[in-house]
Ligand binder design. Structure first.
Ligand code: ZN
Length: 214
């Protein structure tokens, strides 16, 4: 069982790993916490398309259908509403009723129901930082850990997957100066790396799983 925040996260985080297990005959269930209602259109060719802007939820649901077929996974919606990525200084308040504002117990209850039905051997989700600072990703971590701690959940093994592969590729793509002199680099990538590696950025080996993400 792979618990994700939005439709598209299953494709950008762990897709190759899921496809590997499906190929080996394992049942894989993607749980998508929100409908992706407040997602941004990043593809320049699709930006400004009035149909997409008005029907973002339906467009993303259709993309999810295609991802489900391509990966060979099962998929369930948890039914919460996308919180959006707050931007600005100071950050604006989160929209009423969004996933990030849900009571953890309530949201975890919905996941516990799916866990009881599917009875996974392994559950993966983001680390406590959410992989990146989107409130829905952080909430996904909290909800998954809460659900796993529920006394009614059968004895499954929980592995919190960390998105190291993408970070590792980014590290390799940077010049040696990144690790030699991190102070020189101020962009968001390095802030992200620091959040993961902290003061050990010069010392800690990068762990690359044997199944590389594509
Ligand atoms: Zn996401």
């Amino acid at each position: 069982m792979c618990v994700h925040a939005h439709p598209d996260d299953e494709s950008s985080k762990g897709a190759a790993t899921m496809a590997k297990y499906v190929y080996e005959g394992v049942d894989v269930l993607v749980v998508t916490c929100t409908g992706g209602e407040r997602g941004s259109v990043l593809n320049p060719k699709l930006q400004g398309d009035p149909y997409i802007e008005e029907h973002i939820h339906e467009v993303r649901a259709k993309e999810m259908d295609e991802a489900r077929q391509i990966l060979g996974v099962k998929q369930s919606w948890l039914g919460f509403v996308d919180s959006g990525l707050p931007e600005g200084d100071p950050l604006p308040p989160l929209p009423a009723g969004c996933f990030a504002l849900q009571d953890v117990d309530v949201a975890a209850g919905a996941l516990v129901k799916l866990i009881r039905e599917f009875r996974p051997h392994v559950i993966t989700t983001y680390d406590e930082n959410g992989g990146y600072p989107h409130p829905d990703h952080v909430k996904t971590h909290e909800v998954t850990v809460e659900a796993f701690d529920d006394p009614d959940v059968p004895g499954v093994t929980c592995y919190i997957a960390r998105a190291r592969t993408e970070l590792a590729m980014r590290v390799r793509s940077l010049s040696g100066a990144v690790r030699d002199d991190p102070e020189r680099l101020k962009d968001e990538m390095v802030r992200t790396l620091r959040r993961y590696f902290g003061d050990t950025i010069n010392k800690r080996p990068i762990i690359v799983p044997y199944v590389m993400e594509v």
